[in-house]
Design a protein around this ligand. Structure first.
Ligand code: B12
Length: 217
């Protein structure tokens, strides 16, 4: 279906870090019949892309990023109830977090919310998660998938360390590794011994479903 909602203003308010305005526009979009997924991808993420671009060009600085991040986070909280699917069966159990030495969480939060919305039971263990914390949590909740967010290049190595620890702990054949974030690409999957890569929240859901099929084989 072609959407008639105009996201221009919402995108601009994310860029400006105007949290209250973003919230009002999110409500307006919901009332006009937009799905939570569409609002995240066409409004919030598009706004953050402009913010990222401005940061890369040194037009924006850390306080600008923080304001946009806060606006995103409030909007995501508002949208979460609209993403939940209470009636459907659980598609699988996922432990998600941002790797060690990294506290950048916006992308992971989006993916986490969309995986929940996609019918997975999601245990979000936050930021700066060590390989041991990932594996301990995966064992505790009998996770099918460990999802690692990795926005920074120098922390990519922690993906492999987490996979290696799963081997050591004898759970590698029971769990799939889904990865994503600005410093990863499809090639990172093989380099780090993972199983799947998602470019954004919707793709993360699709790849997670595929990984569940592989687990059941
Ligand atoms: C916002 C931001 C920050 C904010 C984070 C706020 C927060 N609460 O999260 C703050 C100001 C804290 C910050 C700090 C730093 N940042 Co910063 N930051 C960014 C910025 C501009 C945008 C990131 C973002 O939120 N994007 C929007 C989201 C929606 O996009 P995303 O993260 O890519 O996520 C999408 C996909 O990647 C994917 N995805 C994400 N996670 C996952 C997980 C899974 C499992 C899957 C499947 C998919 C997936 O789906 C998401 C949704 O579409 C990026 C620039 C960029 N180009 O990414 C730099 C960037 C990531 N930061 C960078 C750096 C260097 C830093 C600092 C070291 C800066 C400093 N000198 O202090 C610190 C590090 C702090 C730390 N230890 O973590 C670098 C990393 C460079 C590199 N390649 O290693 C970048 C790339 C900027 C740059 N070009 O230099 N940053």
């Amino acid at each position: 279906m072609v959407s008639g909602y105009d996201y221009t203003q919402m995108i601009q308010m994310v860029v400006d870090g105007e949290g209250d305005d973003v919230l009002d526009l999110v409500d307006e979009a919901l009332e006009s019949g937009e799905s939570a997924d569409a609002i995240i991808e066409k409004g919030l993420v598009e706004g953050m892309k402009i913010v990222s671009d401005k940061y890369d060009k040194k037009e924006f600085f850390v306080p600008d990023l923080a304001a946009a991040a806060d606006a995103m986070s409030d909007a995501l909280d508002e949208l979460k109830p609209h993403l939940e699917q209470s009636t459907e069966e659980v598609k699988g159990t996922i432990v998600i977090g941002v790797v060690q030495e990294c506290s950048q969480e916006i992308g992971k939060n989006i993916v986490s919310a969309m995986l929940s919305g996609g019918g997975f039971r999601v245990h979000d263990i936050g930021i700066n998660v060590t390989p041991k914390e990932f594996i301990d949590k995966a064992k505790e909740v009998h996770a099918d998938i460990i999802a690692l967010g990795c926005p920074m290049l120098q922390t990519v190595k922690y993906i492999k360390e987490t996979v290696d620890l799963a081997v050591e702990e004898n759970i590698r054949d029971q769990v799939k590794f889904l990865i994503g974030g600005a410093s990863t690409n499809p090639g990172t999957v093989a380099d780090q011994g993972a199983d799947g890569w998602g470019k954004d929240g919707s793709e993360a859901v699709d790849v997670a479903l595929k990984l569940m099929e592989e687990l059941r084989k």
